[in-house]
Design a protein around this ligand. Sequence first.
Ligand code: NI
Length: 170
Amino acid sequence: MKLDIVKYGDPVLQKEGEEITNIDGQLTEFISNMFETMYEAKGVGLAAPQVSLSKKLFVMDVSAGKDSKERIVCINPQIVDSKGKVVSEEGCLSFPGIYFEVERPEVVTVQAIDLNGKEFTFEVDGLAARCVLHEKDHIDGKVFIEYLNPLKRDLIKRKIKKKIKLGDWE
Ligand code: NI
């Protein structure tokens, strides 16, 4: 089942998600819906708050559905190490049509819980690292425009206000 992706302006995007303490059938089903929603929206990552569930959970697949090995579910993730810095263009399913460059670490090590409740650790770089950091921000209640300087952020906010006026933001 496809879920509704909330847009910037919805308070759920600026709230820290709760820890997940119980992995049951309902959560498993929700995660499968998150993948469906992400693939349909042509995204490579989706965090639970973006579909109105304020919990520490995100899914990602940098192959966009082409390689099942790239499907990753992260429950209660932590960034345990990061290296380097790289600037690259970024977008967000909660900010349709908005893209800009963000500086982020180049390599990250993540520790999380999988669907079986087991802890796992993985290291990623490139797009996957950017995706992990972006989605981890979402579950901490942080959105990517917070990386912009105040001037650029105002510019983007004005652009969004215009889109809202045009009915282009729902
Ligand atoms: Ni996002």
